[in-house]
Write a protein of this length. Structure first.
Length: 95
């Protein structure tokens, strides 16, 4: 961080370089530039937050779809096992 003494030296150097009439104009333009920068920063942070929320929703949908698919696979496997067990029982009874 810049200390008080460094800030005073910078202000004195700016006063010598630009003169007393130009200094307030430069300060105004610097202040407006900083304000524009902060506004753009807030806007980009808001967009990133919205994008992050969108990607999280997409992840949740994918996770839910994967869980549903896994559940269906498990049910199918259980049904196939039951069918195979019934066939084995029938085959053992026939013998």
């Amino acid at each position: 961080m810049i200390g008080y003494t460094e800030l005073i030296v910078i202000l004195i150097a700016a006063l010598f370089l630009f003169g007393p009439q130009k200094l307030p104009e430069l300060a105004r333009s610097l202040g407006s530039a900083v304000g524009e920068f902060k506004k753009a920063q807030r806007a980009s942070e808001m967009q990133l937050t919205e994008f992050d929320a969108y990607t999280r929703k997409a992840e949740n949908k994918i996770t839910l779809n994967n869980k549903e698919e896994d559940k269906e696979k498990c049910e199918t496997n259980l049904q196939e096992k039951e069918i195979n067990e019934k066939k084995e029982i029938e085959n053992s009874l026939r013998q």
